[in-house]
Design a protein around this ligand. Structure first.
Ligand code: PLP
Length: 464
């Protein structure tokens, strides 16, 4: 590399680190990641032609493959005709999206609302269940669960008509351990719980596959007590776990279903809430019912389904899930990846606890955060990008492998070979290295940038 090219890279990373995301800039500088030129399938191709296999997939977003040609074509066509969507008109892509969603969402959940992010529809779900169960003040969640990060835009609203009754009704949140059906049953028994929010497979850096029958037991406890079940399938839907929906493994139809992430092939962010008629009718009987979105409407937001491009991408991505039989691919290829990860965990117990997963929602549970960080860096040097637990403070975090479901078997083999090399590299390091890094991560949540550069022999400097 010429001095000029290096200086150019250094300057671009400086801007990123200074004005946007310092930890991300440090990681990019450490592994000397090149600027992306294009992405296709499971690969991201840089300007210099080097290829990275993307096993992070933005934590599950790129399920139909990067730059999926069918989704790209639908977006391009809509861009040239009617890219926006004026409420109150008929937009072909919106109608196609509703039709496509009906092939994923159970028939019992006839009501659809659109938002612009997962957190957005999780908020809408919370408002809806509180309205549908007005006498109940609790919500049960699963320890380690994730539903987004928003805080109180409604509480800031000046108009009482919009704010009430929610501002005065922040629910009491009761947390139950993952996979423990008895604890959940006890939590809802007193009929004080409006809803249970649960992911059929606990994602995030915890990644836990519950015992078979857990989600069915949760649904049964809910039904017995009139508690609503909100299935957050933002990570698990569209075939990720080897079935179209995560809830399908247990034959469960929830009362409310949340979808986002993979919904538009990663091209335009949107999210969907689907709910049963019982939920919507109950909520409409609430005195504040005028706040509920109209039948095919949005959750009172400027975002949501205001984009014809988003609708076109969503419809095309769902059609691809079926056309390429992506749930079938995850069911077939998932065990290839998972067996390899489990084998690695067995052979490297000093670094790894286990390899949880189902379908192509898989990961490696590290003994400590240092192991996760070092494997992630070593894999990056070998052209494999993994889902690292950047923002989570967990003693034994799971390094995630969430490839596009279009990944090929030989690419999975490439990942497993790189993993073995990375673990051998780690075997040759003294224990003091992982102990020291874990101590640093516990104390200050991030590593000193100078150390990160040194560990990676990076030619770049951290100047932000
Ligand atoms: C299960 C689950 N629910 C909700 C969310 C929040 O989605 P968003 O980041 O689009 O707000 C996420 C995001 O990772 C998620 O994994």
């Amino acid at each position: 590399m010429t001095d000029a090219a290096l200086a150019d890279r250094q300057e671009l990373l400086h801007l990123l680190g200074r004005h946007w995301n310092p930890p991300a800039a440090t990681m990019l500088a450490a592994v000397d990641r090149q600027v992306e030129s294009y992405a296709e399938g499971a690969e991201v191709v840089a300007e210099d032609g080097s290829r990275t296999l993307d096993l992070a997939g933005s934590y599950g977003v790129f399920l139909v493959g990067h730059g999926n040609p069918a989704v790209r074509a639908a977006v391009r066509e809509t861009l040239t005709t009617n890219p926006g969507y004026v409420g109150g008109t008929r937009h072909p892509a919106v109608e196609r999206l509703v039709e496509a969603l009906r092939t994923v969402v159970p028939a019992e959940l006839g009501h659809l609302s659109f938002g612009s992010s997962g957190a957005h529809v999780a908020e809408l779900a919370l408002r809806t269940v509180l309205m549908a169960r007005p006498g109940r003040s609790r919500v049960v969640v699963v320890g380690g669960g994730y539903h987004g990060k928003t805080l109180g835009a409604l509480t800031l609203l000046g108009g009482d008509g919009h704010r009430d009754p929610f501002a005065s009704r922040s629910p009491e949140v009761v947390m139950v351990p993952p996979g423990d059906a008895d604890a959940l049953d006890r939590a809802v028994r007193g009929r004080q719980v409006a809803a249970v929010f649960a992911e059929p497979v606990l994602g995030g850096a915890h990644l836990r596959v519950p015992p078979p029958g857990w989600f069915a037991a949760v649904a049964a406890s809910c039904r017995r007590t009139g508690t609503l079940l909100v299935a957050d399938e933002i990570q698990t839907a569209f075939g990720r776990t080897g079935r179209l929906l995560g809830a399908d493994h247990d034959g469960v139809v929830p009362d409310v279903l949340l979808l986002s992430k993979a919904l538009t092939g990663g091209m335009v962010p949107i999210a969907v809430l689907a709910a049963s008629a019982e939920v919507i009718d109950s909520a409409r009987r609430h005195p504040a019912s005028e706040q509920l979105p109209p039948l095919w409407g949005e959750p009172g937001s400027t975002g949501g389904l205001r984009s014809g491009v988003a609708a076109a991408a969503g419809a095309a991505a769902i059609e691809q899930v079926h056309a390429l039989d992506l749930p079938g691919r995850a069911a077939e290829l998932g065990p290839v990846l998972l067996d390899g990860l489990r084998d690695a965990a067995r052979r490297h117990p000093r670094h790894l606890v286990d390899a949880p997963g189902i379908g192509l929602m898989t990961g490696l549970r590290a003994r400590n955060p240092a192991v996760e960080t070092l494997i992630s860096m070593q894999m990056a040097h070998r052209g494999i990008h993994l889902g690292h637990s950047l923002n989570e403070d967990i003693a034994q975090p799971v390094l995630r492998f969430y490839p596009p479901l279009t990944i090929e078997r030989k690419q999975i083999e490439q990942v497993l070979t790189a993993l073995e090399e990375s673990l051998s590299w780690l075997d040759r390091r003294p224990r003091a290295l992982t102990r020291g890094i874990t101590g640093l991560l516990r104390r200050q949540r991030s590593l000193p940038p100078g150390l990160v550069m040194k560990l990676n022999h990076s030619p770049l400097k951290v100047t932000w």
